[in-house]
Ligand binder design. Sequence first.
Ligand code: GCU
Length: 342
Amino acid sequence: MKMRRSLAVLCVLMLIAGVFAGCGGAGSSKRIVRIGHNQSTAHPSHIALEAFADYINNSELGEKYEVQVYPSELLGSQNEMVQLTQTGAIDFVIASNAIMETFSKNYSIFNLPFLFSSAEAYHAAMDDPSLTDPIFLATEDAGFRTVTWLDAGTRNFYTVDKPIEKPEDLKGLKIRVQQSPTNIAMMNAFGGSATPMGFGEVYTALQSNIIDGAENNEMALTDNGHGDVCKHYSYDMHQMVPDLLLGNVAFLNGLPEEEYAVFEEGFKLINKVQREEWTKAVENAKNKAQNEMGVNFYYPDTAPFQEACMPIHDSVVKGNAILEDIYAKITAYNEQYRAVAE
Ligand code: GCU
């Protein structure tokens, strides 16, 4: 852990030196475009960013730019990397929507538990710029904006000692949540004890009994090894929280129009590749967790979980005209896709 931290600090120092030198290193006149994220190199988001790097580096812009991808919290935690993107020390970061509500309240809507009634409704809403623009562009003044979204599946509870089959099972348990007021409100509504921390700290916290469990998609069990410690994974389906690709505004706005158009094609490619890879990755993760790691999967009745946290919707949305409008659009997608399923 300590070594990774020092490595991260060293990388950041080297990056900042590179930025001030305005290039990628000795002899190179290319503008290095740096993207940081917190997943492994096997993760769909990394695969998608590598496709983006290949696309830009091999395009007509390849003479001028070189995209480099830094995985595995090499440049720091997600929170730290968002700050680096804000200041322009790096150009892009993948951040969970969860940690964005401290920058703009507009992002809190996508952190609401049971916001979407199906994956289809979720995808349709995320693909609708009339719905996402007021959120994605809300942080321009803070120095960054969202240029595309990435699927991060459905978040469910997983625990060390006993399965979660109803909200009462969470009573007295310390559960890691992402660092967001909405997530803390959600855990309180379920009756558990919310323990906010960065993603990179969760494995050690589980192993050393600092927490009793966490909540995430299936990839956390395998790709992050949480299934080594947690053998109970319960599909209560409480959230679909997207990941976001954030870009530094000065960099984006400084691109000539025709170059921006190429980057924009690249952002679409990231979204496409990541979503294709995501479906396969979740299926593989579930198989591996079940068959090789001995994780048990449970399918509780989701209604009591849903009832427990519905009041949070009003507390986030009511009285905020922008969010009320977005919420109405999401409700329409929920109805449209419910009708398709019936
Ligand atoms: C998912 C998500 C990450 C996030 C993590 C977390 O893995 O893709 O962006 O950091 O959950 O729980 O913190």
